[in-house]
Structure formats: C-alpha cells, structure tokens
Ligand binder design. Structure first.
Ligand code: ZN
Length: 342
C-alpha cells in the first residue's frame, strides 16, 4: 500500500508538470483527490491493514494528499501568472508605431480665392447678391442694352432651354444680377455677385462652357470713374500684393459708358515682358465701366440723379494668375494631386 501511495504521488506530480491548462488542472484534482479519486480509493482499503500498519499508512496518505494539494496550487498559480503575462503581451500597444493620418480636405482653389474676394469686398461695405443661373433673355441681354440684333450677342452664345422660343437660357454673365438687384432695390447699391456662367465654348486650355465670374455694382449719387479705379486697385493689391499696378484701356461694352478693360502688371515678370504676358508686361484681367444711363433707366433708376460703376472679374483667370496655373481644365478634372497643392 505504501508503494501504491508513492506511485500515485509520483504520477500526479508528473502529470501536473505537463498540464498547461487551468481547466485540465481541475480535472486532475478530481481524479486524484476527489471522492471517487485514486487516493480516496486506497484509503478505503485501510480497513484491511493491521493495527500497527494503519497509523503509518494513514500518516503517509495524509502527506501524499498534502503534497499533491500543494503541487496543484503552485501549478495553478504558475498557470495563472503565465496566462496574465500572455494577456498583457497580447494587449500591449506599440507606442512606436506611427499614428493614422487623418485627411481634412481642402477648399478648391476657385472657392478659396472667391472667399478671399468676398472678404475684401465685405470689408469695403459691399453686400453679396445672388441671382438665377437660368434666366430670361430680358435680364441677360435686353435690359443690359443688348437688343436681339446686337452683334455682341455672338460672343456670348449660350445654352437655350428647349421649347421656350430662345427666351429662357443659361446666363452668359453675372451682369444679369445687376438688373435683378436694381429692379428690387433703391440706391445706394453696393454689391458683388459671384457665380457660375455658361457659354457654348469648346473646352481648351483657356475656355470652358462653364466658368465663374464675380460681378460688382455700385450705384449712388456722384459715383465716378475714380471710385471704380480705387475699388479695383484696392482689390488687386490685396490679391496680388502692393507691387502690382493696373492699366485701364478704353473699350466697348453695351452696358457701360465709358467702358474699359483692366490689365494687371504681369505676375510673372512684374512688367518687364515675358512669354506669359506675350512681352506686353500686362495681362488682361477684367472688363468694367460706368453703368450706361439706359441700363439704369431700364431698371427704374433716374440717371439724372444717380450714376454707378460695374465690373466683371473672371474668377478662373484671377486664380490662374495667382498660382501660375497654365491650363483651365485642371480646375474641373478633380485630380487630387493638383487640388492638394492649395
Ligand atoms: Zn510677363
């Protein structure tokens, strides 16, 4: 019986060492120490022992039980700490890894410069006016002194809405907003109107059937050409810097009298002459002039009391000059490599 006990202890300890799971450890405990366990089975045979042998074997059995229990609990502790260590290893955060980059997006260069221009004009006391992109012939042409047979209409060929007898069309210029504003408001008027305009042009490096203009209109008593010059100079110096200079050339527009085209000293060469400005030193930027008395009268404003100036800035051209962009199509192709640069 003594040998049996020693054998059980040795076997139990051996199995314990190779046991690597807490659950399996519990099964071992039941198998050796449980009510139907191997040790208990031997103790049940104690009755067959002689009175001398009984205490000796009893003592040994208790020692074996205690030893197995101790081995079980130390193995359990070891397995628990191993499990804990494994869990910590598994959940460890590598703080040396680079973080995930969050992309914030950016404003489109056209939007960015348009916002800047809005800010500049709001600083000068202008309101932002909105107008319809689909408008009628009267507001886009006729009220602006462009009767149906006027040759200047040819340069503003646009998209007409089918079935409207060419009376409803996509506006060719933001100047139509002037008419809407003057019909609904009394002077003093000080507005800019940024927006999309449309012409049936084929797409190339400098043309697109859709582009953007910023219209400006001021109507009040005693407005003169010098107010127009001062306003445009303030704007351009804020956009292109104090070194830039403007050049006003006489021109003809049906809706202004006198009319002018405004050039800016070349962004590239500063006025010396280069390939960008075709050796002129200046680049054409916008059209402007004093509002034609007939346009004022068409909108119910007395031209004997009031005068005004108006201008139309091409947004694409302004942004191309600002950032040295040589192809208009880049604005609409939505290539992220291009857009990311602004
Ligand atoms: Zn130049």
């Amino acid at each position: 019986m003594k040998e049996q006990l020693e054998k059980i202890e040795a076997k139990a300890k051996q199995e314990l060492v190779s046991c690597s799971e807490i659950k399996a450890l519990d099964e071992l405990r039941v198998r050796y120490l449980g009510k139907k366990g191997e040790l208990t089975a031997i103790l049940k045979q104690m009755g067959s022992l002689s009175p001398e042998e009984r205490p000796v074997i009893g003592q040994l059995a208790n020692k074996v039980r205690a030893d197995i229990e101790e081995a079980l609990s130390s193995r359990l502790a070891a397995l628990k700490s191993e499990a804990q260590a494994a869990k910590i290893r598994e959940e460890a955060i590598d703080i040396t890894l680079p973080g995930k980059k969050i992309s914030y997006g950016k404003f489109h260069p056209l939007t960015k410069v348009e916002n800047e221009i809005r800010e500049i004009f709001m600083g000068m006391g202008f309101d932002i006016a909105d107008g319809p992109e689909i408008d009628d012939d009267y507001h886009v042409f006729e009220a602006l002194n462009l009767p149906p047979d006027h040759p200047a209409r040819d340069t503003q060929d646009t998209f007409y809405i089918a079935g409207t007898n060419e009376k409803i069309l996509l506006r060719t210029q933001t100047s139509s907003v002037q008419v809407h504003v003057m019909e609904n408001r009394k002077p003093p008027i000080r507005i800019i109107s940024p927006g999309r305009v449309f012409r049936s042009d084929a797409v190339d490096a400098t043309h697109s059937p859709l582009f953007h203009q910023i219209e400006g209109l001021v109507v009040d008593k005693g407005i003169t050409m010098s107010d127009l010059k001062g306003t445009l100079e303030t704007l351009m110096k804020k956009i292109y810097g104090n070194e830039c200079s403007l050049r006003f050339r006489p021109h003809h527009f049906p809706f202004t009298e006198p009319s002018c085209e405004v050039d800016i000293s070349c962004f590239n060469c500063g006025g010396k002459g280069c390939s960008m400005c075709k050796d002129e030193g200046y680049i054409e930027l916008l059209g402007a002039g004093m509002v034609h008395p007939k346009v004022l009268e068409n909108c119910g404003i007395d031209s004997n009391i009031y005068s005004g100036f108006a201008f139309g800035i091409g947004l694409e051209r302004t942004v191309m000059g600002r950032y040295d962009i040589n192809d208009l199509r880049l604005f609409y192709e939505n290539d992220v490599r291009f857009l990311e640069q602004f």
